[in-house]
Design a protein around this ligand. Structure first.
Ligand code: AMP
Length: 191
């Protein structure tokens, strides 16, 4: 199974992706997690990415694209698939991913959009308390989401590969809904 999980910051992508990855026994690929690890280890990539992450801005594509190519060509992703969380974050990244998946012959099954209203997002992000979850950064991340990431939803809708799941429910209910969606036949996606 190869799944792209979309949704605004605070929609629960990370939690749901981790749960699904465990249930399906596939790698959970979170660009945010990979970047945080680089920052923690103070690698060259981490040092370059840090200020963008602290500001709630997107890390430049040239850094992200090399990182995702590297991750998606590792051995574990060839076996049972993967679940992508936090990538693609803009239409250029979505185009790059389309080309990359074609090249490495790994077509994805679905892009699933977790839909959550703004009020819920802010409450959830403030409760989460990650380093980059201050009120200013949260506001910036939501703005970046609306301007740069939301158009990615249309990218997949146009390709008839988009599914939507109501993410404004308990964690278990969202997991069940996601699993239900993923068990449907891919040929019915977006209908
Ligand atoms: P996340 O854990 O997905 O909320 O990501 C945390 C931060 O990492 C974001 O606010 C961005 O600064 C950066 N980031 C994660 N994924 C990407 C991406 N695909 N493109 C650019 N920046 C990203």
């Amino acid at each position: 199974m190869r799944v792209i999980l979309l949704g605004p910051p605070g929609a629960g992508k990370g939690t749901q992706a981790a749960t699904l990855a465990e249930k399906e026994n596939i790698p959970h690929i979170s660009t945010g997690d990979i970047l945080r690890q680089h920052v923690a280890e103070a690698t060259s990539l981490g040092q370059q990415a840090k200020s963008y992450m602290e500001a709630g801005d997107l890390v430049p594509d040239d850094l992200i694209l090399a990182m995702i190519r590297d991750r998606l060509t590792q051995e574990d992703t060839k076996q049972r698939g993967w679940i992508l969380d936090g990538f693609p974050r803009n239409v250029d990244q979505a185009s790059f991913l389309e080309q990359l998946l074609w090249e490495i012959e790994q077509p994805f099954d679905y892009a699933v959009n977790l839909e959550v209203p703004d009020e819920t997002l802010v409450t959830r992000l403030l409760q989460r308390g990650r380093d980059d979850d201050t009120e200013t950064t949260i506001r910036r991340r939501l703005q970046v989401y609306r301007e740069q990431t939301a158009p990615v939803i249309d990218f997949y809708r146009q390709r008839d590969r988009l599914q939507s799941v109501n993410g404004d429910r308990s964690m278990a209910e969202v997991t069940a809904a996601l699993q239900g969606t993923l068990q449907e036949n891919p040929s019915t996606a977006g209908k």
